[in-house]
Design a protein around this ligand. Structure first.
Ligand code: SF4
Length: 343
């Protein structure tokens, strides 16, 4: 029989496995804690388990995880990780330190099928979804480096690396369940953000599934014509359907939604665009993150001029909208938003 990935098992499935193998019920709790609290990644590490039980586990299961193949360090302290997967594919994650927090930006897919024109990952195409362990273990590897080098743990996690998290819904939600489980990594859901290009049916599903983390929408274009041109996901999820989904999401979760908007020179940075953006946010409370665009090799887009950015932001602020300007970090190592790609 083919071996199964032990990191894909839910808490309940671990209980069932332990029962099947004739182990007492407390073993299931111990095994879960080994996997998700102590982060054991080989059966030899389960030192309080019998040798016989470890051997039985090793016969039927393996660990589908990631290994660090390279780390690049930016002048500003950002570190870009290249992770190698069991099948030889590579993905990227980023450690972003600041005075108050340490953020881990992690990937959810190998490549991405949504092909947003301004994004380096979008040029790779989609290869496959990541497993639960491949998602969580990026965070755990980044955290180990943070503790070793900065003597601080990761405080925040953003699903903003390679891929569209909601197209890998099941594994992304299972990874969040392990990261937030009080017997697992025990991180507060409020410290986790999932960022989507905007797939309406999954945004509604998040609301129905009592999603307790933060949701960010990569909006970037305030009308359907431009959004469809530069973000093909908009064809099947136009701004009306996205607005309906976000209103539903807010009605059920009562949470504020982050709107990500990269200012692109001459494309979406006029005052009319700011006005359309403000109009889009009328039905639900938002926080608008204005992102400094990072060009990548082969991209025809350029960041907005400082004056345009100022005018855009002040227009929104005058309407009493919450607006943050996100200066990207790690630009010198291609670790900034939209620059992740396996070269
Ligand atoms: S911006 Fe996000 S959804 Fe769009 S292509 Fe890049 S990784 Fe995919």
């Amino acid at each position: 029989m083919e071996k199964q990935d032990i990191l894909s098992l839910s808490h309940q499935e671990i209980v069932a496995v332990c029962e099947q193998l004739g182990e007492k019920s407390f073993r299931a709790q111990q095994l879960f804690e080994w996997l998700w609290n102590k982060k054991a990644r080989s059966f030899d590490e389960l030192t309080n388990m019998s040798k016989q039980f470890r051997e039985k586990l090793a016969e039927a299961y393996y660990f589908k995880t990631v290994t660090i193949s390279n780390i690049q360090k930016s002048k500003d302290g950002t570190q870009k990780f290249v992770f190698r997967l069991g099948d030889g594919a590579h993905i990227e994650g980023v450690l972003i330190p600041s005075r108050e927090r340490i953020t881990a930006c992690i990937s959810s897919q190998v490549g991405c099928g949504l092909a947003c024109e301004f994004c380096a990952t979008g040029t790779m195409g989609f290869t496959r979804n990541l497993s639960v362990g491949e998602i969580t273990d990026q965070l755990f590897a980044i955290e180990q480096v943070a503790i070793q080098e900065l003597e601080r743990p990761v405080t925040n996690v953003v699903y903003m690396g390679m891929g569209e998290p909601l197209q890998n819904y099941e594994h992304v939600m299972a990874s969040i369940a392990r990261i937030t489980d009080t017997k697992g990594h025990a991180m507060a859901p409020s410290r986790i953000t999932v960022s989507t290009a905007g797939i309406s049916k999954f945004i509604k599903k998040l609301a129905d599934d009592n999603f307790a983390c933060n949701l960010a929408i990569s909006l970037h274009f305030p009308d359907d014509e431009r959004r469809t041109k530069y973000m093909p996901v908009n064809k099947a999820n136009n701004l009306n359907s996205l607005s309906d989904a976000l209103a539903y999401y807010h009605q059920k979760t009562k949470k504020r939604i982050s709107i990500e908007y990269a200012l692109l020179h001459g494309i979406n940075d006029s005052i009319e665009d700011a006005s359309l953006l403000a109009h889009f946010t009328k039905r639900f409370p938002v926080k608008i993150n204005i992102i400094e665009y990072n060009s990548f090799h082969g991209s025809s887009f350029k960041p907005s001029k400082a004056k345009k950015q100022e005018a855009f932001v002040s227009f929104l602020q005058k309407l009493n909208l919450i607006v943050n300007i996100r200066h990207s970090k790690g630009k010198d190592i291609d670790a900034a938003c939209g620059q992740l790609i396996k070269r």
